[in-house]
Ligand binder design. Structure first.
Ligand SMILES: [Zn+2]
Length: 413
């Protein structure tokens, strides 16, 4: 292998074929198929030629085998992780850099740090902190695909509002958004709003014209308002089925309207706690190539099980299974603590999607929405954002992660 080139051998996560990826200059230079009889290690590999095609409830590798290779994961909604909350100020640059590295160790090669409803000054300060991190740290610049601003232009109603603080919820305000975008040095790529405000359509049009993706979420909008938002340029739904009223009119309603809208990419939290399997299946079937898995991870993601105290939410419990609930009311979730790769494994184990389809929902699909070159996947010319893993029972054992061709060891099993 000539100097400057790296060869990565493994099974393609979708086709099951044995492949060699040649990496040069941070990109995938070539993808070549290999013969199945190149070595004894290969013979112990998983079933070939039919994709991963796992059965319900298991991801086992059928006797070991060489690693699987898949594109790096892309997470559009990360509120924090590993004990750091992106919405608790001051936000230190080293924390941003550290989380970027740790997410990568969990297979996430691109992500959107998510800022939620807060005072105007606090949103500006947090946005400026990410801009500074991207300016000074090349690894943060490579890993951060843009800020996702979730709020403050959301529904003021209890239920749809979720945990967003009521005192800072307000109608869409273009001047305020421009101030935050200036503070972010143009880094805001997604904004979640509720279209129930009369100001919404004109705000959405301005965002679309500026290249910012508008997502519908935390909404009490009427179906007509959902359609107006789509006509104005809204392109995504934020965590469909969560951040809603407890009861909805049988039809029409804002959930069905978004499910049925081909224009909208649909994000879902598949941690096994936020949505029932039937709704996950509906989103997968209705959105197809536009179905997206997000972690919506809060600061306790990546932390050991136990009792914690959160800035918003108070006393909470993180269980062995990864469920995060209020200590005083175990029936109420306090956010999502599961990392994206675990959600991919969980969705595949549920039998609702093959592992390759679940993986695409957390990699190619979100990259496609953002217009990233990573949407090409394991293809010549694409950035060498690659994850190798083994399948182990109900989990994925991540081995190595490459970001723009730079390799690091993974820490998540
Ligand atoms: Zn939310």
């Amino acid at each position: 292998m000539p100097e400057g080139l790296e060869s990565i051998v493994g099974r393609h996560y979708s086709t099951g074929k044995l492949i060699e990826l040649t990496v040069a200059g941070g990109r995938i230079a070539a993808v070549n198929g290999l013969a199945e009889d190149i070595g004894s290690e290969v013979k112990g590999g998983a079933e070939s030629g039919t994709g991963i095609g796992i059965g319900v409830g298991t991801l086992s590798d059928a006797g070991g085998g060489i690693p699987w290779l898949a594109p790096g994961l892309v997470d559009l909604q990360v509120n924090g992780s590993f004990g750091i909350d992106f919405n608790t100020l001051p936000l230190r640059m080293e924390d941003v850099s550290g989380i970027t590295r740790l997410l990568q160790a969990g297979g996430v090669t691109s992500y959107c740090p998510t800022l939620i409803t807060n005072s105007s000054a606090a949103i500006g300060e947090a946005a400026a902190a990410f801009a500074a991190a991207v300016r000074s740290d090349p690894a943060a610049a490579a890993g951060i695909a843009g800020i996702h601003l979730e709020g403050p232009f959301l529904s003021p109603e209890d239920g749809p509002r979720g945990a967003h603080p009521a005192e800072h919820i307000c109608p869409p305000d273009w001047e305020a958004f421009v101030r935050w975008q200036d503070a972010a040095e143009g880094l805001i790529r997604i904004i979640t709003i509720s279209p129930e405000w009369p100001e919404a359509p004109s705000f959405i049009t301005r965002c679309s014209d500026a290249g910012v993706i508008v997502s519908i979420g935390h909404t009490a909008a009427s179906p007509a308002q959902i359609r107006e938002a789509i006509a104005a340029g809204a392109r995504m739904s934020t965590h469909l089925g969560n951040g809603t009223h407890l009861s909805l009119p049988r039809h029409p309603n804002y959930l069905l309207e978004q499910l049925a809208a081909d224009e909208l990419w649909g994000c879902m939290i598949a941690d096994g706690f936020h949505l029932p399997p039937s709704l996950l299946k509906l989103i997968l079937r209705m959105k197809c190539e536009q179905a997206i898995l997000v972690s919506d991870a809060v600061s306790l993601s990546g932390m050991p099980p136990g009792h914690y105290r959160l800035h918003i939410g108070g006393e909470v419990v993180l269980t062995e299974e990864g469920r995060l609930h209020l200590a005083g009311n175990p029936g109420l979730l306090a956010g999502s603590a599961m990392q994206l790769a675990e959600q991919v494994a969980g969705l595949a184990c549920s039998g609702l999607a093959g592992l390759d389809e679940a993986w695409n929902c957390a990699s190619l699909h979100p990259a496609g929405l953002l217009g990233l070159p990573q949407a090409a996947g394991l293809a010549p010319g694409a950035p060498a954002d690659i994850v190798s893993f083994r399948r182990d029972g109900a989990r994925l054992k991540l081995l190595d992660c490459w970001k723009n061709g730079v390799k690091s060891r993974c820490s998540v099993e």
